[in-house]
Design a protein around this ligand. Structure first.
Ligand SMILES: Nc1ncnc2c1ncn2[C@@H]1O[C@H](COP(=O)(O)OP(=O)(O)OP(=O)(O)O)[C@@H](O)[C@H]1O
Length: 296
């Protein structure tokens, strides 16, 4: 692969999305959204509610029609969904009458119908083991917690052996402990499989901890890339080390300031509850203050 392909594995160019409004007119939600993603890079996409984050992700998945502009993945312009891209949504939407194994196998049979049965079985078992469900393959969704069900959703996505993993608020419904566990699962998978990934999140801690670059979207309508922040922590990332690094708090503060400034532009005087944007690590403002004191 050439270095050009490597640095621009995903090329999103002048992307536009228009949805029809109730009067039948086109309403331009996203305009001139431009982003190049390196192979193996992890992007977090953050911005105010309704700015168009899921719209970008679903267009990249090929599940949402592109109004104008284009997206190239691995040198090929996308024109719909494909096995090179897999998505994990907030709700895994499992088939209730199928076991974890059956749910993952469903996707594998669909994408690799010509693979022999032994290979399909191996792919499914490997994907379920990677997400920590090696001993729960025969469980039905009703026998699994929300976190376990989302693990099945992640296994279903990686079993397709995609090159790009797209995550649309995948941990939004989970408690903070499960959220942390699954963040680590995803980070391990991406490192092992060398996948390129994008996560849509409202959680600034998650956006900083997981990503190599955080893309902040401007407010809609006609939302685009507002700002891009490089997150310079080494990989593999150690949770304790990252959260005790003063740089973590600078990144987080930068993101919060961007969101607060945009809230102001939206006509809101302030973000109603800053803590709603700070996620799972439970550090909140207090820890930041401690950090500031110890640095002083
Ligand atoms: N199918 C649709 N038809 C019409 N309008 C839509 C459709 N899907 C999304 N929209 C509108 O497009 C805008 C962007 O929606 P989108 O879900 O992409 O935003 P978001 O940033 O992901 O929001 P949130 O953070 O709340 O999930 C919103 O105003 C939404 O109401």
């Amino acid at each position: 692969m050439s270095s050009h392909e490597n640095t621009r594995f995903v090329e999103i160019s002048n992307l536009v999305k228009e949805y029809p409004n109730p009067y039948g007119e086109d309403f331009r939600v996203v305009e001139d959204f431009n982003l190049n993603i390196r192979q193996g890079e992890f992007i977090s996409l953050i911005g105010h509610s309704g700015c168009g984050k899921s719209t970008i992700l679903t267009m990249l998945a090929g599940l949402n029609e592109i109004s104008d502009g284009g997206i190239i993945v691995g040198n090929k312009e996308i024109d719909g969904p494909g096995p090179d891209r897999a998505v994990v949504f907030q709700a895994p939407c499992l088939m209730p009458w199928m076991t974890a194994y059956g749910n993952v196998m469903l996707g594998v049979k669909n994408i690799y119908p010509h693979a022999d049965k032994a290979t399909q079985k191996q792919i499914v078992e490997h994907a379920l083991s990677v997400v920590g469900l090696g001993d729960a393959m025969k469980k039905y969704p009703r026998e699994m917690s929300g976190g376990m069900q989302q693990r099945v959703g992640i296994a279903r996505a990686i079993a397709l052996q995609p090159r790009v993993l797209l995550l649309d608020e995948p941990f939004g419904r989970l408690d903070s402990l499960t959220r942390m566990e699954l963040q680590d699962v995803i980070i391990d998978i991406l490192a092992r499989e060398k996948l390129t990934a994008m996560i849509v999140t409202h959680d600034v801690d998650e956006a900083v901890f997981m990503a190599d670059r955080c893309v902040m979207m401007s407010n809609g309508p006609k939302a685009g890339v507002g700002e891009i922040m490089e997150i310079d922590f080494p990989r593999p990332r150690d949770r304790k080390e990252v959260f005790s690094d003063p740089a973590f708090f600078s990144y987080r503060e930068h993101l919060l300031a961007f969101l607060e400034q945009r809230a102001h532009l939206k006509g809101e005087t302030r973000i109603h509850n800053r803590k709603n944007l700070m996620g799972f690590c439970g550090l909140g403002e207090k820890k930041k203050d401690n950090q500031a004191h110890s640095a002083a």
